[in-house]
Write a protein that binds this ligand. Structure first.
Ligand SMILES: NC(=O)c1ccc[n+]([C@@H]2O[C@H](COP(=O)([O-])OP(=O)(O)OC[C@H]3O[C@@H](n4cnc5c(N)ncnc54)[C@H](OP(=O)(O)O)[C@@H]3O)[C@@H](O)[C@H]2O)c1
Length: 431
């Protein structure tokens, strides 16, 4: 029998336990596919005594997780601890320095330290694999890095956070407000007790940062990703979007605009006819625009034990087969520094929701400010009349530069009849 591929699993939470289950249950299949057995030789987590619902008795327990990098004969460390710093970072770095492959599901780690770690891995002729870090069970890293490698990519749009997609779907279907749908997501186990990484767009930011690096051959630069989450979205926005023929989605956007990159996460209005509008609940999707492949859409479950562990084991299988590609598709020393487009220069159509006192002249004042910035209004919706009371007015614009929308909103907010700063969101009609 061929020599087994020997791995250590660091982190035995949701994903770590899922990986153990797959390797135990599908051992024969994995052996056939790799041409040799995959053997777990050691495991580690914080607490040795916790019952994790799987039999770990055959594996060496590593008390100090970071020591796993130096275990004799280990071929790959599977890092499933999480976090961009601490144990995850030091274990990964040490393993790569020791010439040991690393498989991880840790988007924060790769988005923050990807260039350094990729350089280290490639210098030692080992892999840093992270399929599970983006969109869980959907093999989007492999698709972009290998399947679509023949294409020049012009844009990627992704629904990359299942928690946010669940909340936005629930708000639309039930008419609930954001806070109520968040509680519902927490009760169903779709949102953490502290949900800020998800709802503020940070999680999706890590993911789109990685996809942009592969698509455009640039170093991942997470600190430059602009992120706006979904906290400010109200039931009224969802309703108005519906009336205008759109759904609200939190999109990760990576777009090449004339050689400059727009990498952001923001709530956008997506037309009902777009395939992305059909992605509901906790599902994820990635829409890629390549010059020859056209616009493939990959969709599936973006998180959870089974789908995420499935992606981790796929990376382990690749390594056991001896298959290796550069971390970001091209050698790390050939990755360019990204050049970002100035946010103000981004051309798009916009949705503007104004909370105003319903009195004569309000719309004329707003229109005059927009006209001064050369912003033309495409449509306007107001629900009923309530003289002297607060009402919401929604306008959609033709294509305009963000700087003009931003500047006009500052002036609009100063009008006496405005009750709140305007809510501005991008309309993504070309999806
Ligand atoms: N869950 C998902 O659906 C999902 C999807 C995609 C990607 N990911 C990524 O996968 C990774 C793991 O996520 P998870 O959901 O499995 O996390 P989790 O359930 O919280 O598990 C984390 C594991 O790491 C261990 N751990 C934490 N701090 C440690 C430390 N200082 N030293 C040693 N072990 C430590 C914990 O030990 P104890 O069990 O003893 O406390 C636990 O076993 C993260 O990078 C996450 O972003 C998760």
């Amino acid at each position: 029998m061929s020599k087994s591929f020997r791995i250590g699993i660091a982190g035995l939470g949701t994903v770590g336990v899922g990986v153990v289950k797959i390797i135990q249950k599908n051992a024969d299949l994995l052996e056939q596919r790799c041409g040799r057995p995959i053997e777990i030789i050691c495991v580690s987590a914080r607490s040795k005594d916790k019952d994790r619902g799987v039999d770990l008795s055959a594996y060496e327990w590593v008390d100090n997780t970071e020591d796993m990098a130096g275990i004799d004969g280990i071929d790959a460390v599977v890092e499933l601890v999480g976090g961009s710093e601490g144990v995850a970072y030091s274990l990964t770095k040490q393993a790569l320095e020791n010439g040991v492959h690393v498989v991880t599901a840790n988007k924060a780690l790769v988005a923050n330290h990807g260039y350094e770690l990729a350089s280290l891995a490639e210098g030692r002729d080992v892999s840093l694999s992270y399929e599970a870090a983006v969109a869980g069970g959907i093999p989007v890293i492999k698709a972009l890095r290998e399947g679509f490698a023949a294409n020049r990519i012009s844009s990627i749009y992704g629904i990359l956070n299942g928690t946010c997609n669940y909340i936005l779907t629930d708000m639309r279907e039930t008419g609930a407000e954001f806070e109520d749908s968040l509680v519902e997501a927490q009760e169903k186990g779709y949102a953490e007790a502290d949900p800020s990484f998800d709802i503020d767009g940070v999680d999706a930011g890590h993911k789109i940062c990685l996809l942009a690096s592969i698509a455009f051959g640039v170093k991942p630069e997470f600190s430059a990703v602009r992120m706006t989450g979904i906290r400010r979205i109200t039931g009224i926005d969802i309703k108005f979007a519906g009336e205008l023929g759109y759904k609200l989605k939190l999109l990760g956007i990576a777009r090449d605009q004339g050689g400059k990159l727009n990498i952001s996460v923001e709530p956008c209005l997506v037309p009902n006819s777009s395939p992305l509008a059909a992605i509901e609940d906790v599902y994820n999707a990635v829409f890629i625009n390549g010059d020859f492949v056209d616009t493939p859409l990959l969709t599936g479950r973006g998180a959870g034990e089974g789908p995420t562990a499935s992606a981790v084991v796929a990376d382990i299988i690749d390594l056991a087969r001896g298959f290796k590609v550069p971390t970001f598709g091209i050698p790390a020393d050939k990755l360019k520094d990204p050049v970002f487009i100035d946010q103000g220069e981004i051309l798009a159509r916009y949705y503007l929701r104004l909370s105003v006192v319903d009195q004569p002249g309000v719309i004329a004042d707003v229109s005059a400010i927009l006209r001064d910035y050369n912003i033309s209004i495409e449509s306007m919706v107001q629900h009923g009349r309530a003289p002297g009371q607060a009402v919401s007015v929604v306008m959609t614009t033709h294509k305009t530069k963000y700087i003009d929308i931003e500047s006009s909103c500052v002036l609009i907010a100063e009008l006496e009849t405005l009750l709140d700063f305007p809510c501005v969101m991008r309309l993504e009609d070309e999806l």
